[in-house]
Design a protein around this ligand. Structure first.
Ligand code: DQA
Length: 139
């Protein structure tokens, strides 16, 4: 099974960025743990701060991979283009957020992605990614 995690803007700063909201762990070390604990899955990771690069990666992987775990970060709330890309591709997408976006500012309550996603997991910290992964491996 081939799965990719796609992370959007500012998620390269995890561990340093607002640790009270996003925790103290950087994503590379979390990803290494996740890979080790799910060695039966071919797991890849891509991060970009650039909207078009996220769309390109969705198109590249969206007709051949078994699953996409997408945290589009701030673009979740702004990007019709990423929402359209999720709608356009064949690979199922699970939308993930580290924080509970519904307990935060109003502008974080809307997602252009959710309507086209297989499901949404949010609010469980970095564990949200593992829960999304389990939705593919232990459906
Ligand atoms: C986030 C929530 C977004 O509102 C925010 O812009 C992010 C991260 C999360 O994982 O909790 O950058 O997607």
């Amino acid at each position: 099974m081939k799965i990719i995690i796609i992370n959007g803007p500012n998620l390269n700063l995890l561990g340093k960025r607002e640790p009270d909201v996003y925790g103290n762990q950087d994503f590379d070390s979390y990803f290494a743990q996740l890979k080790a604990n799910h060695s039966n899955v071919t797991l890849e990771y891509f991060q970009s701060n650039i909207e078009g690069e996220i769309i390109n990666k969705l198109q590249e992987t969206g007709f051949s991979y078994d699953g996409i775990i997408l945290n589009a970060a701030a673009y979740t709330h702004t990007s019709v283009g990423i929402g359209d890309a999720v709608k356009a591709i064949a690979t199922p997408v699970v939308e993930v957020h580290i924080s509970n976006t519904f307990s935060r500012e109003e502008f974080r309550h809307h997602s252009y992605i959710s309507a086209h996603a297989r499901g949404v997991i949010l609010g469980f910290g970095l564990k949200s990614y593992e829960l999304a992964l389990l939705s593919f491996t232990n459906p």
